[in-house]
Design a protein. Structure first.
Length: 107
């Protein structure tokens, strides 16, 4: 099977959107197989970390940005979370972005 996502593709995507996401109060971070192996046949795991340590940031603007930028956001009901899903404010599955699926985890 051919990888849907490779490290250079993921870095390009992150660099393209990092400045926009930073204005919303988050960093985009890479996780999962693309980070660990350099590729994934399944998906690209992105973690959105808040820029502040004080309280939980408002994720509504980030949710709206995800919807506007990448289309329909489905709640992510996967057992392949990069870490304990109870630590996430939200988790989404984005189908058909670029070369394949993106799983988004918002801390």
């Amino acid at each position: 099977m051919h990888p849907q996502w490779e490290l250079l593709m993921a870095l390009d995507l992150i660099r393209r959107y990092q400045a926009q996401v930073k204005k919303l109060g988050f960093h985009i971070c890479l996780a999962g197989g693309v980070l660990n192996k350099g590729w994934s046949e399944k998906d690209l795991d992105l973690v959105f970390l808040p820029l502040t340590n004080y309280g939980k940031p408002d994720i509504a603007p980030l949710q709206a940005w995800l919807q506007q930028t990448w289309g329909d956001t489905q709640p992510n009901m996967t057992d392949s979370c990069p870490c304990d899903s109870l630590r996430f404010q939200a988790s989404y599955r984005l189908e058909g972005v670029g070369t394949g699926r993106i799983d988004v985890f918002v801390v």
